[in-house]
Design a protein around this ligand. Structure first.
Ligand code: FE2
Length: 285
């Protein structure tokens, strides 16, 4: 049984995307292009509507899955499949863009702050052009596991203590957990060997591994922590409550070419996507 440790600690980079949404980006930056199969990790959050109200007007995606998880506030969405709705506090939207989707994602001004995450998971070559689909999961349908020691875990995908996550049948076999620890609390979770795994600490501070000599240095928030390979991860909170995401997924180990909202295997496939957009043949089904 090998324990996963800290391989790298990434400080999110403030950036702006869409029509001018300020966010913190940890994957898809100059320092960290991707962490196979994760091709983007964005944390958006602000109390100032001016930082996000411009939103993400109609734009395409192909070759990836985009996963939006809201901690607070809401985002209205609309797409070329005819879906529309609102992703609210605690909800998740797991969208498989596959062969192509056009959608808009517009944060709504609420009474409170806007806070959430979007990640992109790459699709393998054989599923790049799969039929687009949505899994929209309301907050109440996401199982929550409370352990005797006080750890609270929302299971978006994967399984904790035998409780299966809300999002299923995703190629990469992902784990997506939202873990809240009390001050001094601890969390242990098996993660399949060989899967890429990371933590995103967004409240308090944590130490990875241990306890004992194997325990890593304190990591504050917000930070993305790349984990070494192994079978299990142990995380300890510091003197204040801590909250983090634990993500893992099977790496694809395939050639990947990124261009804006597309991730394909070859440059020719990117050019085909751009040509499809110009010709109006982007939406295949
Ligand atoms: Fe999008």
């Amino acid at each position: 049984m090998i324990e996963r440790a800290t391989q790298d600690v990434v400080t999110p980079i403030p950036t702006s995307d869409g029509a001018g949404v300020l966010l913190r980006r940890s994957i898809a930056t100059r320092t960290l292009d991707h962490l196979d199969p994760f091709f983007l990790f964005d944390h958006f959050g602000s109390e100032d509507a001016g930082d996000y109200i411009a939103g993400f007007p109609m734009h395409p995606h192909r070759g990836i899955e985009t996963i939006t998880y809201m901690l607070d506030g809401s985002v209205a969405h609309k797409d070329s499949l005819g879906n529309s709705g609102v992703i609210g506090t605690g909800d998740v939207q797991w969208m498989t863009a596959g062969s192509g989707i056009l959608h808009e994602e517009m944060p709504r001004v609420g009474q409170r702050r806007l806070d959430g995450f979007q990640i992109w998971v790459n699709l393998p070559a054989r599923l790049k052009m799969t039929r687009p689909r949505y899994q929209d999961v309301a907050a109440a349908a996401i199982p929550e596991v409370t352990r005797p020691d006080g750890a609270r875990v929302r299971v978006v995908a994967g399984a904790v203590d035998g409780v299966e996550g809300a999002v299923k049948e995703i190629f990469a076999g992902p784990t997506y957990l939202d873990v809240a620890l009390p001050a001094g609390g601890a969390f242990e979770q098996p993660v399949p060997r060989g899967h890429t795994a990371l933590l995103y600490v967004f409240q308090g501070e944590v130490r990875v591994g241990g306890p004992g000599p194997g325990q890593g240095a304190a990591i504050g928030s917000p930070r993305l922590v790349v984990l070494t390979d192994g079978d299990v991860v142990r995380v300890h909170a510091g003197a204040t409550p801590a909250r983090f995401l634990l993500l893992s997924a099977q790496p694809l180990r395939e050639p990947a070419v990124r261009y804006g909202p597309f991730v394909m295997n070859t440059r020719a496939e990117i050019e085909e996507a751009l040509l499809d957009l110009r010709r109006g043949t982007f939406i295949r089904r």
